[in-house]
Design a protein around this ligand. Sequence first.
Ligand SMILES: C[S@@+](CC[C@H](N)C(=O)[O-])C[C@H]1O[C@@H](n2cnc3c(N)ncnc32)[C@H](O)[C@@H]1O
Length: 287
Amino acid sequence: MQQIPGGVSVPKTPELLRDFEQFKQLLKRRAGLDLDQYKFEQTYRRIYTMMERAGYQKFTDYFNHLAADEGRLRAFIDRLAINVSELFRNPEQFEILRTQVLPDLLKRSLHLKLWSAGSSYGAEAYSMAILLHELAPNRSHQILGTDIDQEVLERARRGVFAESDMRNVPAEYKQKYFRAFQENGRTLYEADPALKRYLKFERQNLLSDPYPQGFDLIACRNVVIYFSDEAKERIFREFYNALKPGGYLFLGNTERIFNYAQIGFENPSAFFYQKPQQEVQRWRSAS
Ligand SMILES: C[S@@+](CC[C@H](N)C(=O)[O-])C[C@H]1O[C@@H](n2cnc3c(N)ncnc32)[C@H](O)[C@@H]1O
């Protein structure tokens, strides 16, 4: 047994390490995912734990189990890419945010308070900052980004993004809100201070910490997919309480709240759940 930073110990015999090398090669060939680009200790520990939970003792046997079902293989890859994000991820969702949700909120309030829960390195929070700055510039909006992972929060505070984060950023915004520079032969993009002044990043564990309150909008996208149904339900109820009346919860494009009405939400459009407010004139999506 070897103690790995993070407190969890998993076996690491020469046989297992050899088997893991083979697993990596098989995965690369089958799914194009190169695990050598991931931190070894973390990846090894994570995959070992997933393998053990699925009831296997050899990585290559576990690979065969994954490869037998495309959906299973996808789910495995998604779980590994746990901090994955990008600016304007699922642009069609941001379009609804830009054209319907934020204008609706801005009708009622001059200054908006938004929360990107499970923000990773901040791409979602910076995307929301751009839209808010476009729609209602130079107001004292507040955007809070929270994550369980301190390392990504440090990156979020820097506001520096790789080329791969930028592929959905409209050319106009890329030019207006980012400064391109070179670092170690790579082109990176630093967000403009005009965006940074809206943003604050703090550590918060959605499963155990108190929830900040009083938000017009909470984005929690591609985070709860890793949680049990009980945990998800608790989190959605906490979000409901943390929203102002008329506020919105914004989920990822594969996520749904089936019992939203029981919690108290309305569902004016795919991905968006709204806490009702009697006097609010609600919009409905055309679809
Ligand atoms: C796939 S990223 C999603 C980033 C962004 N929301 C997006 O959709 O692009 C999921 C993030 O959730 C964070 N996370 C996982 N468990 C969490 C927890 N219990 N509390 C807070 N954040 C958590 C991870 O650290 C990771 O950065």
